[in-house]
Design a protein around this ligand. Structure first.
Ligand code: GSH
Length: 95
């Protein structure tokens, strides 16, 4: 039997502010996830390129919904829409 693994895999890089933004929302929504740190060298990021079609991080794969996406703003919106409580908690945004 497989031990429960988080449905979400986050491809990220150390000290990447866009990745931290996604991590912040994952933590805020109490979503379990697995981190995969990609190669710092852009040209070596074949793993993330294979899954998302781009070499940029962050990128997520959500096995629960079958969604794969990159672009931190899109990921944040997706996480809030899919796993948020519907209260529409804004991220320090305008009222
Ligand atoms: N617009 C993207 C920017 C992401 C981004 O620039 N990530 C950097 C790491 S912090 C990266 O992967 N850079 C690789 C590259 O631009 O080639 C987002 O918001 O996710």
């Amino acid at each position: 039997m497989t031990v429960d693994e988080p449905a979400i895999t986050l491809y990220r890089l150390q000290a990447c502010p866009f990745c931290e933004r996604v991590v912040h929302v994952l933590d805020e929504l109490d979503i379990a996830y697995e981190s995969r740190f990609v190669e710092p060298m852009h040209s070596d990021r074949n793993v993330v390129k294979r899954i998302s079609g781009k070499r940029t991080v962050p990128a997520i794969v959500d096995d629960e919904t079958g969604v794969t996406m990159s672009e931190s703003a899109n990921i944040v919106d997706y996480l809030r829409d899919t796993y948020g409580d519907g209260s529409g908690a804004a991220e320090g945004g305008a009222a």
